[in-house]
Design a protein around this ligand. Structure first.
Ligand code: BEZ
Length: 211
């Protein structure tokens, strides 16, 4: 059964490059970006894990931990990490799960047989501190993920978790946001003292409230 937004992220125990983990203990009170890659020692994956390592300060700022996964074994992960560090000019600073028996990949529906019978696709699960799935992305092996987009959606998720707003197309941190339709226009000034614009009765914008 596939996982849907709002579902609890299933717990699992796993061998990783930092030792054995219990996923829910790993999440603890953080946000987590849990992502799979097709295979160690492949070029696109090398750039993706390098980019993730380089974004540590951005993830830390947002209270986010990264966790990578593939079906390769721990020895391959450790040896490949040396290549990532060397070629991407970084130090991998997050754990990589060795899902050799594929039980986690199957639990998270990360193997799409019509894409590859054996390797995981590029899945992303963004999980909140309540352990619920907030956002999922799925990319094919041939397309490396855009990590600016992953940071952008985390900004949107964290903002909209705390305020009655939604973020418009292409929104970036700092730009105006949309007041959700459930808020009556006459109630906006009290809730959003920075002001608002009514473009249509259903389209009201306000400056980002948490700045
Ligand atoms: C890559 O990471 O470069 C890759 C992995 C599997 C298939 C194609 C590309």
């Amino acid at each position: 059964m596939s996982l849907r937004l709002g579902d609890e992220a299933p717990n699992f125990k796993a061998q990783t490059t930092i030792g054995d983990i219990d996923f829910h203990d790993y999440i603890k009170d953080s946000w987590v970006v849990f992502f799979s890659h097709p295979s160690d020692y492949t070029p696109v994956c090398t750039t993706e894990l390098g980019r993730t390592a380089k974004l540590k300060s951005e993830f830390d700022k947002r209270g986010v931990k990264a966790l990578a996964l593939s079906v390769d074994n721990l020895e391959d992960h450790h040896n490949w990490v040396k290549d990532i560090n060397e070629t991407q000019d970084t130090t991998v600073n997050f754990p990589i799960v060795a899902d050799v028996d594929r039980h986690i990949s199957e639990l998270y529906d990360m193997i799409h047989p019509n894409a590859s019978a054996t390797a995981t696709v590029r899945s992303v699960f963004i999980i909140g501190p309540d352990k619920k799935i907030k956002l999922t992305l799925t990319y094919p092996a041939s397309t490396g993920r855009n990590f600016d987009e992953i940071l952008r959606v985390i900004d949107s998720l964290q903002l909209t978790a705390d305020y009655s707003v939604a973020t418009p197309a292409d929104w970036k941190h700092g730009e105006d946001v949309i007041v959700v339709p459930a808020i009556k226009t006459e109630d906006i000034p009290a809730k959003f003292p920075k002001g608002f614009k009514e473009i249509k009765p259903y389209l009201r914008t306000t400056p980002q409230p948490n700045l």
